[in-house]
Design a protein around this ligand. Sequence first.
Ligand SMILES: Cc1ncc(COP(=O)(O)O)c(C=O)c1O
Length: 434
Amino acid sequence: MSVRKRDIFTKCREFQYAQQAKASGCYPYFRPIEGLQGNKVVYDGRPMIMIGSNNYLGLAHDPRVIEASQQAISQFGVGCTGSRFLNGNSVIHEKLEDELAALLQKEAVLLHSTGFFANLGTLNTLCTEGDWILCDRENHASIIEGCQSSSAKTLPFAHNCIKTLRRRLQRVPEGDAKMIIMDGVYSMSGDIARLPEIVGVAKEMGAQTYVDEAHALGVLGPRGEGTVAHFGLQKDVDLIMGTFSKSLGSMGGFIAGPKDVIDFLRHTTRCMIFTASLAPAIVGAVRKSLELMLNEPERREQLWKNTRKMHAGFKSLGFNIGTTQTPVVPILIGSETKAFLFAHKLLEAGIFVTPAVYPAVKFGQAIVRTSYTATHTEDELDYVLETFARLGKELGIFEDAAYIGTTNSRGKPYSGYDFSLYQQESAKTVRAGS
Ligand SMILES: Cc1ncc(COP(=O)(O)O)c(C=O)c1O
């Protein structure tokens, strides 16, 4: 019997799709941004309308936030050079925790260096042997990693489906500890968790609840507190996780909950103890963003005005935007290659947006994930709609949307990375122009 010869790097040499996409000229990732011009980013020497960020309140470049960040650097330096557990704690880290706890109506908060770490570290510390995690199938990758690296058992349930959640909970042996975890707003589909019903089931069946507010903070709730406050469930949801990398314009994350739970996590979470604490520049910026979020509710109002315009605009043009209820607006394309091609054509037209393909979404259900902010202007949004309509027609996006989730004539999913499609399309464009 022949022995297959592989070394540890064989898989890297076999990894082809990024190289193929680059060779065909439609590689959509790691695009280096050169600067900013108001609402626009400069890429490849040209200003582009950004509709691929999570800067929902437009605070990432607010001069007051930048100034607060600079002040924090002047006072505390550019880094803490260690874990908060040891030398890296400061008064501004503690103030930020207290401010978040007051906002979310939770007893205590623990900061993390990223939102990813907040989910990963909390889950693999809190959920141990003999515990059960009930996990929505469309939860963010950081939650999936947290479940996988915890020694608890994970039971996935169909996205936002109360019936399968209940069925999964019935599988948990009586008396075992269990927690239901979900995104408040789903990062790819833009839909909102059915929190009141989920909390009802949790109470009935004796489970704890954990909500990831990454895309809801600053967007939902009477003061931008998130999904939990949107539904008035502050007393009913046990743990609230959030990030600073979206509405608050910076980076970092946190977990909020009962004092004894947070105190336990503060002393046992490896993802927090064994990494450097958030840089002062970030803490200073986030505190200012939080203050502006609360003092300038007109930002959230404008965000929702822009969101409603884009939902209505895309629908009237015939795009399939799925079940979104928020500023995250996925444009369903289906074929991975076509999503790459569409994003590339949008870039040529001065619109910066990226496709999301498997594993961010199901295979064969690629999307171009668009998202809107409080600072997008009416003119920018009109240009986005006009350009999507023109290019959508040119690429046959509307016809393709009908194939999503189905199979082609050979019974294969209508999907995949066929970069020759890009070359054919480019050739067509050249012929049409010549
Ligand atoms: C739902 C959700 N949770 C967690 C994270 C991770 O947050 P961060 O970017 O702060 O690490 C993200 C980021 O994309 C997210 O969308």
